[in-house]
Design a protein around this ligand. Structure first.
Ligand SMILES: C[S@@+](CC[C@H](N)C(=O)[O-])C[C@H]1O[C@@H](n2cnc3c(N)ncnc32)[C@H](O)[C@@H]1O
Length: 196
């Protein structure tokens, strides 16, 4: 997280507009189509808040979760006009939400910073906090292995099959994985079980 804290302004300048991510708005639209109208949506690893603002402008309440306090602050400042984005400074592996309380989880490019072995437990926890029938949207980068970049950030790459298996093993239903698109990004969508 040190890198994101130290480079928050530079990171936001590079990522805060959809014009740098062709196709991402279409992916967000696919996700929100699955939401109930009264959903509270959690944006996991919300970064500068580009996606949290997009979802909030549709009328949803969004909880932005990020371990980088510098990014979370900027996310909240940028999202203030929507009046619908709240922030939580938390780690992805310790999500502070009650079971069955959340109407949708969106995680764009955040789980890829976790070690591969930690990802299934986070996805399990997402299923636990989601209400029955609520969607999860995961964007992960396709590739092999993992790398620790010079700037200290870990990148864990994955495959369509692996993401599918993570979601299905956690009990998610109607799992689809599209892509790669947008520079090797995959989009996985799934629904939490309607009956437990
Ligand atoms: C590649 S950025 C993606 C940001 C945003 N979702 C976007 O698409 O622009 C990864 C984000 O995840 C956050 N992050 C990384 N590891 C995290 C962790 N273990 N717990 C919480 N947030 C984390 C980073 O601070 C950063 O905001």
């Amino acid at each position: 997280m040190a890198w994101y804290d130290a480079h928050a302004a530079r990171y936001i300048a590079r990522t805060d507009s959809f014009r740098y991510f062709r196709g991402l708005e279409q992916d967000l639209a696919r996700f929100v189509e699955l939401l109930q109208s009264d959903a509270v949506v959690v944006d996991l690893g919300s970064g500068g808040g580009r996606d949290a603002r997009w979802i909030a402008r549709l009328g949803y309440t969004v909880v932005a979760v990020d371990a980088s306090l510098a990014l979370l602050r900027q996310c909240l400042v940028g999202a203030a006009p929507t009046r619908r984005v709240l922030g939580v400074n938390a780690d992805l592996s310790a999500l502070p939400f009650a079971a069955n309380s959340i109407g949708g989880v969106w995680a764009c490019g955040s789980l890829l910073h976790l070690p591969r072995a930690s990802i299934p437990a986070v996805i399990d926890r997402c299923r636990e906090i989601l209400r029955p029938g609520a969607p999860i949207g995961l964007s992960m980068k396709e590739g092999r292995g993992a790398e620790r970049r010079d700037d200290g950030r870990l990148f864990t790459y994955t495959s369509k099959q692996e993401v599918h298996d993570w979601l299905a093993s956690a009990g998610f239903e109607s799992v689809t994985v599209r892509g790669p698109a947008r520079n090797e990004w995959l989009l996985a969508l799934a629904i939490s079980p309607r009956s437990v």
